[in-house]
Design a binder for this molecule. Sequence first.
Ligand code: SF4
Length: 345
Amino acid sequence: MGIVEEVRIAKRTGFCYGVREAIDKAKEASAAGKATHTLGQVVHNEGVVRDLQDLGIETVETLDDVDHGAAVVIRAHGVRPDVMERAESRGLEVIDGTCTWVIQEHRELTKLVEEGYTIVLLGTPKHAEVVGMLGFAPDAIVVDEEEEWEAAIPRKKRMALISQSTQPPWKFEKLAAFMVGRAHELKIVNTVCPVTIRRQQDTMEAAKDVDLMVVVGGRSSANTKELTRLCEIAGTPAIQVEGVRDLTDAEVFAEARVVGVTGGTSTPIEDLRDVAQHILKMAGTPDVQARASELAGAALAVAATPAGRTTSLPTTARPASGAGSSDRWPAGASPRSSERHASAS
Ligand code: SF4
């Protein structure tokens, strides 16, 4: 028994449009009867991977695991051009789920290489998106934490700065300011994704009015960690979890009347509902505990917009954990394919 009276889900959460479209493309291929694979996990989320497996969509780590003629979906992070060429030369049907924003990054990098700039790429080394980007600019210098910048970034006449899509905007701006003193000519190509920026704004907005924030997402996800950091900057304590399973201690909510829930770009919005419901059940007042499912559904309905939906396709739903509900979408939030890029504007 606790004191939680309300859980609010931050607006414009759920998958970003890039992740959603890659998942939709895999489902469409499978529904068309194709032997479908994704090159790497399309998203690091057990439930989503399980859903895809149930549809017969297999995750493979290399192209060698895909039989000739079968379909392979390239996930939103994109791949190096040689990977694409190899898939085609092996006679695979390549379904390109690379996010349109990431494709733009690739184009910008190609141009910067042609123009002869020394390129600095702000990103997490070895992250799939960064690995793919390096395929278009193999000599780019990848930097991440501020302490590395001084040693890693040379002084050159003509330099260019570009970013992995999910880097925090403040870090990009700070690096740009640092690089002004390192080059005679500095070209800045701001490729921080607008979805990342909006999500951070909405999370900070939600954090302002609650007693505690719960951030849901992969432990190693940079954009999830950044959301946790921002909640704390907003002056609200925050905990980061991967899902319901990590929420075992009701004591965490001992002083929280209103709790906020947000999630990274790879976290399905249904997972946020499940977490909301779990908190209400575990730490709510008696009345709230009894209505946990209804209240979590209502919180989802307020937060879920068509742009924040999980899929554009009709789907057999994975039941909410412990929720006894199988609705992917609350009433009034049904998907429409014409809104696929609504969150990209
Ligand atoms: S975060 Fe932005 S760029 Fe990255 S996959 Fe999602 S929509 Fe695309």
